[in-house]
Design a protein around this ligand. Structure first.
Ligand code: GLV
Ligand code: MN
Ligand code: MN
Length: 414
């Protein structure tokens, strides 16, 4: 019996779900690792079976191309990412990759020809879990990955992006060859899980994103002085953790006061050397700030810097901060949202317009071409955790909208 479309999507998700570094404790698929390699092999083989011309771009993202009948016409792209956070779920990223694979399979088995070529993509290092910045595959396409990033951004084991690329068989000097010319692109479509509770709580099948929040991320290092925890009086300490906590509190309080969905998070905090009887000599932490208004983000950054200066002067600690990424809020294409709506109406699929508080490759692709981002519901609103789940029937509805939209976009006159 022929495998149903839903079971094919389920197979994609379940197969990719096997390739985790933390079996039994969620999905941990860091870029350019063994888990990445195995997932890649599956995606490439499914793309090949769907008749695509498959290649890895110079940055390491997987691309599968399907020719159109038009001459010299731009490409319509669809895809998402396949790396993950630590101990995350099986849908953040892979849902959109599975959607792209299913669209490719349907076009192939029905011998559908389109005017424009279509490219199916599976991007890498979107989360930034390994090298800190994130959105790397799409930034490489947009020419936003600098040599400095390649040489100096390091993973938790001190391995640079440059070395990781080399070890994976990619040439770091060639990452710039992944850059796409905006004239070669007609549109980019991404299907993603919502990662929040709105669609489920309103019993809706789909969300069409109008705006993606701006995201700014910092790595901050505070150097104090390691001392004996029993003999060093409180007023004579240079406690790097204490200084870091003041900064974390500022980020939290200022983001809270801003409202409008503005958020600020310290998601990693490490103290060194780490001992119950040692005053923390050094601290490393990340700060992730998001808002639909860039001015809110900059205000938080300003207050955070002020606190850093104050604690540095008062406690005698030194501070090093590095902005790892800064992407402004992005408004997505209204025309593509209109096509999503037509496709949903036509199929009786319920939907709403929404803002994305999560970052997506779509926000970078918007600097190159017109972009549409389509959400399917997340059970319990859970994401970036092992409980992440989307019902396959709902995922299939999203795929139907994506397919209809791709077919419309790949007509010459849209
Ligand atoms: C990715 O999921 C992000 O929003 O950081
Ligand atoms: Mn994510
Ligand atoms: Mn994602």
């Amino acid at each position: 019996m022929l495998e149903s479309k839903i079971s094919r999507i389920q197979r994609d998700i379940e197969t990719m779900a096997q390739y985790t570094a933390t079996p039994g404790n969620g999905m941990t698929r860091l870029s350019f690792t063994e888990e990445d390699r195995k997932t890649r092999a599956y995606i490439c083989s499914e793309m090949e079976k769907a008749g695509l011309h498959v290649y890895t771009d110079a940055a390491g993202s997987i691309c599968g191309r399907r020719d159109g009948v038009g001459e010299g016409v731009p490409i319509v792209m669809i895809g998402s990412h396949f790396d993950s956070v630590k101990n995350g779920g099986n849908f953040d990223g892979p849902a959109g990759v599975a959607a792209a694979l299913e669209v490719a399979r349907i076009l192939h088995e029905n011998n559908i020809s389109t005017e424009n070529p279509i490219e199916f993509v599976a991007m890498i290092e979107e989360e930034g879990t390994r090298f800190g910045a994130g959105l790397y595959g799409s930034r490489a396409m947009a020419g936003q990955v600098s040599n400095n990033e390649i040489k100096t951004f390091r993973d938790a084991n001190g391995i640079s992006l440059e070395k990781a690329l080399q070890d994976f068989g990619l040439d770091p000097l060639k990452v710039k060859d992944a850059v796409r010319n905006p004239e070669d692109l007609k549109a980019f479509i991404e299907l993603h899980i919502e990662q929040g509770p709105v669609l489920e709580s309103e019993t809706l099948d789909a969300g069409f994103v109008s705006t993606i929040v701006g995201i700014t991320r910092f790595d901050i290092e505070i150097e104090g002085r390691a001392d004996h925890a029993g003999t060093t009086p409180m007023h004579m300490r240079k406690d790097a953790l204490l200084a870091s906590l003041e900064v974390a509190k500022t980020v939290h309080d200022v983001a809270y006061a801003k409202g409008e969905g503005t958020v600020g998070t310290v998601g990693i905090m490490q103290i060194y050397p780490g001992g119950a009887n040692i005053v923390p000599g050094k601290a490393f932490f990340t700060v992730d700030i998001r808002s639909v208004e860039q001015s809110n983000i900059e205000d938080i950054v300003k207050e955070m810097k002020k606190t850093l200066e104050l604690v540095s002067a008062r406690m005698g600690v030194s501070v090093h901060m590095e902005r790892k990424i800064s992407v402004p809020p992005i408004h997505l294409d209204k025309k593509i949202r209109g096509i999503f709506e037509q496709e949903a109406n036509h199929r009786g699929i319920s939907y709403r317009t929404m803002v994305s508080g999560a970052g997506h490759d779509a926000m970078i692709m918007a600097s190159l071409t017109r972009v549409g981002l389509l959400f399917v519901p997340s059970k319990g609103g859970r994401s970036h955790c092992p409980e992440e789940w989307t019902d396959y029937e709902q995922l299939k509805k999203g795929v139907d909208i994506a397919l209809g939209t791709i077919l419309k976009l790949a007509e010459a006159n849209i």
